[in-house]
Design a binder for this molecule. Structure first.
Ligand code: AMP
Ligand code: ZN
Ligand code: FE
Ligand code: FE
Length: 293
């Protein structure tokens, strides 16, 4: 067994962006931990969309496998016209500031997903009940387009989730309804009130938005206390990584990486992008709850 201290060296590799069944990943937190350990990683962060419902199961798995984990969440937000995902690490989940950020978003996601299904079901053989069958942890799961996609795959309309996202589930499809969500400013305020660390997820992902966050928008978030940028992510182009690294270095932000693993729901491989252990130690120093085990 490797000593825990080896997890914090510069050559230790942590996957700081992983989804489980508590949002739109296809494996449990325990399966995530086992796969990360088998893949030779030194640690991981769980970052399900808009929930911490998977944290307890992750904590138990971290003890069972003696594997280091960071508890986190990927929060859906907006900044002007841009949809922004923010990774929140090591915050106190008992703080009301956090559940207020999620509860509204999760309710809104459910309503809007249902509305999308009503429209889609006029043209394709799916039902709301069929979509709910794809939701694996009941009310604890953050429901969204991926579950519609899985229902379409189940009905034989598409071969896999990514094909569904290229078609009916795409944000440019006529069925698309955006999710009302908090602003980036509200997220920074809320996560910091709960003692957590905030990193912008895939800020250079050109395929997700017509417009990326500008330097000026990022500067404003830095003034408000933004802690880091996710640099190593498959959807950040080479030029964007360059641009984002410059910003991070200039403002002493943490630079992170992660796979955005969704199990079988996306082609992304666990550990395809990682964060060095010494950066994780910095994040741990800033957070208000400990790393586990
Ligand atoms: P929603 O948040 O409900 O609008 O759904 C969008 C989310 O679907 C994004 O955050 C992605 O992480 C997720 N997603 C899961 N699987 C896929 C996939 N195969 N292709 C595209 N997006 C996906
Ligand atoms: Zn996702
Ligand atoms: Fe994301
Ligand atoms: Fe993600």
């Amino acid at each position: 067994m490797t000593a825990l201290i080896d997890s914090f060296s510069a050559d230790a590799r942590w996957d700081m962006h992983c989804h489980t069944r508590f949002s739109d990943g296809t494996f449990t937190p325990a399966e995530l931990v086992k796969q990360a350990k088998d893949a030779g990683l030194q640690g991981l962060a769980i970052t399900d969309h808009d929930t911490y419902a998977g944290w307890d199961e992750l904590a138990q798995a971290s003890i069972d496998y003696h594997f280091p984990v960071v508890r986190g969440t990927e929060i859906t937000a907006y900044d002007k016209a841009t949809s922004v995902h923010m990774l929140a690490y090591l915050y106190d989940s008992h703080q009301r500031a956090m559940s207020e950020l999620f509860d509204k978003t999760r309710e809104a996601r459910l309503k809007r997903t249902r509305k999308m299904v009503e429209a889609i079901s006029k043209d394709f053989p799916i039902t709301w009940e069929g979509v709910l069958e794809q939701v694996r942890e009941g009310e604890k799961t953050t429901v969204g387009r991926p579950h519609i996609a899985d229902a379409l795959v189940h009905a034989g309309v598409y071969e896999n989730r990514s094909q569904a996202f290229a078609g009916v589930c795409s944000s440019s499809s006529k069925y698309y309804i955006p999710t009302p969500s908090p602003s980036t400013h509200e997220v920074i305020r809320g996560v910091h009130a709960a003692g957590g660390v905030v990193v912008i997820a895939h800020p250079g992902a050109l395929g997700r938005n017509r417009e990326l966050l500008s330097d000026a928008q990022i500067d404003t978030l830095i003034d408000e206390g933004l802690d880091g940028l996710e640099i190593w992510h498959r959807e950040n182009s080479a030029e964007q990584r360059e641009r984002l690294s410059r910003i991070a270095l200039k403002h002493h932000l943490v630079m992170t990486g992660g796979s955005d693993w969704h199990g079988l729901g996306k082609p992304n491989l666990l550990g395809e992008n990682t964060t060095p252990g010494n950066i994780v130690a910095e994040i741990a120093n800033m957070g208000s709850i400990p790393l586990l085990p």
